[in-house]
Design a protein around this ligand. Structure first.
Ligand code: L34
Length: 292
């Protein structure tokens, strides 16, 4: 079993990004500038957005964090997005999800101008991805592809089972893993909460990408020995032995599954860190494409 180490890979990619930013500035380019919108104060979102802002500092990007109250109207939020669309100093815009119940995430995402859509969630970005055209890839799937690439894992001809069908992870993952490229060229099965006999599918998987959002959902009896395991889940569960009273676990029962896997991502310090790398690479790309 080899650990797919998010700390190691993200460290390597961050060095590459820093280098590229230095070169870009030497050519007269401006620092990439990311704007993040945080609505309300969901503690997990606070932590993720805080980490994104910190990464901007570390990599030599500018950042703007816009904190908005949980009771903001959808129209007022969209007006804020439009202001950022029209602000020439901003290269990338992200609106941290989830949003409060009364706001439609689709309406807000649709309001982001595609040339600043560094999350890759806009229909134009997703459509380009589907057609294999250059675009901003959604940060988590992009990060997973970077991870597989770093470890030179050749997924050609593999059976890849994706568990989860969200617009931001499961669905784009199936597209990227089946595309004609490397990583890619896999035969993909998409499973979800309504799949019958999930285990029959996962047992024939050479690579499992678990993005279902349920703690320890993938158990050892569902995994073929030697399979590659990518765990996208970040679930907080009670743990009285911890000072905080809780700890993070993935969608995979790591302790049991790790010994029979060939490669596996841990949680934390796995895919989460790669998500931030994907976002940072997209932001640098946005700055370069905008050519400032
Ligand atoms: N708009 N909303 C938008 N874009 C995104 O790309 C996200 N996502 C997901 C939630 N909502 C979003 C994130 O940023 C999940 N996510 C995210 C980002 C970073 C980390 C996890 C999820 C992360 O850094 N994880 C670390 C630390 C976890 C911790 O200690 O809390 C890890 O080691 O997994």
């Amino acid at each position: 079993m080899q650990l797919l180490d998010g700390v190691l890979v993200s460290g390597h990619i961050k060095e590459q990004i820093k280098q590229e930013v230095t070169e870009w500035q030497a050519e007269g380019g401006k620092k990439p500038h990311l704007a993040a919108i945080l609505v309300g104060n969901n503690p997990a979102s606070e932590a993720y957005v805080g980490s994104k802002v910190k990464h901007c500092e570390e990599l030599g990007f500018d950042s703007t964090l816009l904190r908005l109250p949980a009771d903001i109207s959808e129209a007022a939020l969209i007006a804020e997005v439009e202001q950022l669309n029209n602000d020439d100093a901003i290269d990338g815009i992200l609106v941290q999800l989830p949003l409060p119940e009364h706001i439609s995430p689709d309406s807000v995402i649709n309001a982001i101008t595609p040339d600043k859509d560094v999350d890759g969630f806009h229909p134009i970005s997703q459509g380009r991805m589907l057609l294999g055209q250059p675009t901003f890839l959604p940060a988590t799937p992009y990060g997973i592809m970077l991870m597989l690439e770093y470890y030179k894992i050749d997924t050609t001809g593999m059976h890849c089972v994706v568990i989860g069908r969200s617009n931001i992870v499961g669905t784009p993952m199936t597209i990227l893993m089946s595309r004609n490229g490397n990583p890619g060229n896999a035969t993909v099965t998409m499973c979800h909460s309504r799949t019958k006999n999930l285990k029959e599918h996962t047992l024939s998987a050479d690579i499992i990408i678990a993005a279902i959002g349920r703690p320890k959902y993938v158990t050892v009896d569902m995994v073929k020995p030697g399979a590659i395991i990518i765990d996208v889940g970040i679930n907080r569960i009670d743990d009285p032995t911890k000072k905080s009273g809780s700890r993070l676990v993935g969608d995979v029962d790591f302790d049991d599954v790790a010994p029979i896997s060939s490669y596996i991502t841990p949680v934390p310090k796995g895919v989460g860190l790669m998500t931030i790398c994907g976002l940072m690479k997209n932001t640098l790309l946005a700055a370069k494409l905008r050519g400032r």
